[in-house]
Design a protein around this ligand. Structure first.
Ligand code: ATP
Length: 367
């Protein structure tokens, strides 16, 4: 006799849907400000996977904060929807959403102790005292502030305050943590330290982090994936390596890191002609028009003797930058071009402004 398999209930189906859905699904968000004059979000859609460190990156005013605030429920979209683990969030106020936010300005209560600050959210939720105490101890250890629970927040450094803000946001066990430029107020050294710390924290707690920054270094260092935004739209989504090495638009190539953009004409499959007449081979499958631009990162070009290499030009400026040196050139018949070389003692080329040079390119340097 065949065993009878019970039919899946509507509840099972909903659970299965919840378990397989992405952490956050942003669909076609549109948001205007100023009676319609500013389009802060312009049909923005992204899918953020579970336990991802996902970064929204873009220049000031591109809509990063508006997008984050819409996910958090602090801003209401004109149209479009946000789903969290498959369930629509529309209409839910911020405190009813299983997300928490860490702001740049810490928002830590200075008159309360570190422990009371961390316990705050759980106290609001009226959790049992023992559970709150255990949670505080766990969070203090997580953000490496053990032993400081009794200290007033007003007596902490900037880095320590940001750790308290993080611990407080994580103590409520949100499904998604939203971080709005949380490191912007810290000095460079502390900021670098906290970048690694945040990455460690995220891996340890296994919560989806959505991080907003306009700092490309920060985004490249910390993220599993990055969405580059421009004028309310998502320009490209990819891993740091994809975004840096394979930008799909001129805007992304220009915004992320330093890049040389050379105007070219397509003269055959995978072949492009520069203004100087030199032909160059490139895998530029995203280029759809005869006229387009090739992107070459300065560190993928190498200075060689005049006459050697594909390109030639003259040195205008040599800028020593510690770990590397940036050479500002003018390419013959083309215009400005930068080459960046690592400083390796005697191995670095000695060139001076005015020198004629050749430029060789790595085989897959051109995009
Ligand atoms: P930044 O990095 O400078 O914080 P951002 O990418 O986070 O910028 P948003 O703060 O989302 O950008 O702003 C997007 C656009 O919407 C900007 O043009 C901004 O001036 C406008 N904007 C944002 N909030 C409001 C508001 N409350 N009223 C009017 N305009 C707003």
């Amino acid at each position: 006799m065949r065993a009878r398999i019970p039919a899946a209930s509507a509840g099972d189906a909903a659970l299965a849907e919840e378990l397989s859905a992405p952490a956050v699904d942003v669909r076609n968000l549109v948001k205007h400000f100023g009676h319609g004059s500013v389009r802060a979000l312009d049909d923005a859609s992204i899918t953020i996977r579970r336990n991802e460190f996902f970064t929204l990156l873009g220049p000031s005013g591109c809509g990063k904060t508006t997008l984050l605030r819409t996910i958090g429920g602090f801003s209401v979209q004109d149209s479009g929807t946000v789903l969290l683990h498959g369930a629509p969030l529309d209409g839910l106020p911020p405190h009813r959403r299983p997300v928490n936010t860490v702001f740049q300005s810490y928002a830590v209560f200075p008159h309360l102790t570190v422990a009371r600050n961390i316990a705050f959210g759980q106290e609001m939720q009226r959790r049992p005292r023992a559970e709150i105490a255990a949670g505080v101890a766990e969070m203090l250890a997580l953000v490496k502030l053990d032993g400081l629970g009794g200290r007033r927040a007003a007596q902490l450094s900037g880095g320590q305050l940001q750790r308290v803000a993080l611990a407080r946001a994580l103590a409520c066990r949100p499904r998604v943590l939203l971080l709005d430029e949380p490191l912007a107020a810290l000095d460079l050294k502390l900021r670098t330290e906290m970048q690694l710390e945040l990455k460690r924290l995220q891996a340890e707690v296994g919560i989806t982090f959505i991080f907003v920054t306009h700092d490309q270094h920060e985004a490249l260092t910390m993220s599993d994936r990055i969405a580059v935004m421009r004028a309310g739209r998502i320009e490209q989504v990819g891993t740091p390596q994809e975004i840096y090495e394979r930008p799909t638009t001129r805007f992304v190539a220009d915004f992320i890191g330093e890049t040389n953009l050379l105007e070219v004409l397509r003269v055959g499959p995978g072949r492009y002609r520069l203004a100087s007449g030199v032909e160059i081979a490139a895998d530029a499958s995203s280029a759809t028009e005869a006229g387009c631009a090739l992107a070459i990162r300065p560190e993928r070009a190498v200075l060689v003797a005049p006459g050697a290499g594909l390109l030639s030009g003259r040195v205008q400026q040599v800028v020593y930058m510690g770990t590397d040196t940036s050479y500002h050139l003018t390419l013959d018949g083309i215009g400005p071009f930068r080459v960046r070389g690592q400083n390796r003692g005697g191995a670095s080329p000695v060139v001076r402004p005015g020198d004629a040079v050749g430029v060789a390119l790595d085989p897959d340097a051109v995009w």
